[in-house]
Design a protein around this ligand. Structure first.
Ligand SMILES: Nc1ncnc2c1ncn2[C@@H]1O[C@H](COP(=O)(O)OP(=O)(O)OP(=O)(O)O)[C@@H](O)[C@H]1O
Length: 197
């Protein structure tokens, strides 16, 4: 994707489904989701009512249990990180019910290599771009915050248990969720860069 195209599409939403886990297999859970990967569509059947038409959703990308994080990164994340190294802001936000695979996608596992997570891949990508760049100085800043049950904690601070006070709120976004176990992964990539002479 060219940067021009990136700047025109402000938000892209992709969906990833995971394979059944051992517990789900042990209790013979049925699969209620299918995907049309070519048309980026998901179909969800109501359990016990298979003759009813499925609910249908269309996304910018669909990834099923057979897809590795590598492919998701290359197609859905790589253009955004490329944009960041060119000075655009970018955010990757992973959202889903507990156990749906957010940590697996964002942190990932070191083996197999194709399942390394989005965060280590993005960091490698950024620092490789910096190494290859000529006549450009980069400033990379990182912060790692946890927001959990209204408490904000700095996970890179000296005392990770210390709750930070919110001193100034310029705007508030309220997210209502039905399931309190839902949590979200938030990776914000932003870059200040200076062109050197
Ligand atoms: N695409 C996948 N392929 C294989 N296993 C997966 C996949 N996605 C998730 N899993 C497995 O499913 C389990 C739950 O995933 P994970 O811990 O990433 O969920 P989560 O959304 O981060 O959950 P929580 O909100 O409870 O932290 C883990 O054992 C993980 O290894």
């Amino acid at each position: 994707h060219s940067i021009g195209k990136l700047s025109q599409i402000s938000v892209r939403v992709v969906v990833r489904s995971r394979p059944l886990n051992d517990r789900e297999k042990a209790v013979s859970s049925g699969v209620v989701l299918s995907m049309d990967l070519q048309h980026c569509q998901c179909f969800i059947w109501k359990p016990g009512a298979e003759d009813e038409p499925p609910k249908q959703f269309t996304f910018d990308g669909t990834y099923s249990g057979e897809h590795a994080t590598e492919q998701l990164y290359n197609e859905a994340v790589c253009p955004l990180v490329e944009g960041v190294t060119e000075g655009y802001n970018g955010t990757i936000f992973a959202y889903g019910q507990t156990g749906s695979g957010k940590s697996f996608t964002m942190q990932g596992v070191s083996e197999p290599e194709a399942q390394r997570g989005v965060i280590p891949r993005a960091f490698e990508h950024i620092f490789e771009s910096i190494q290859c760049a000529e006549n450009t100085k980069f400033l990379v800043r990182a912060c790692y915050l946890e927001i959990y049950n209204e408490d904000v904690r700095d996970l890179l601070g000296n005392d990770v248990k210390q709750r930070l006070e919110v001193k100034f709120v310029s705007f508030v976004i309220r997210v209502k969720t039905q399931d309190l176990l839902e949590e979200a992964w938030f990776l914000s990539l932003s870059f200040l860069f200076f062109l050197g002479g």
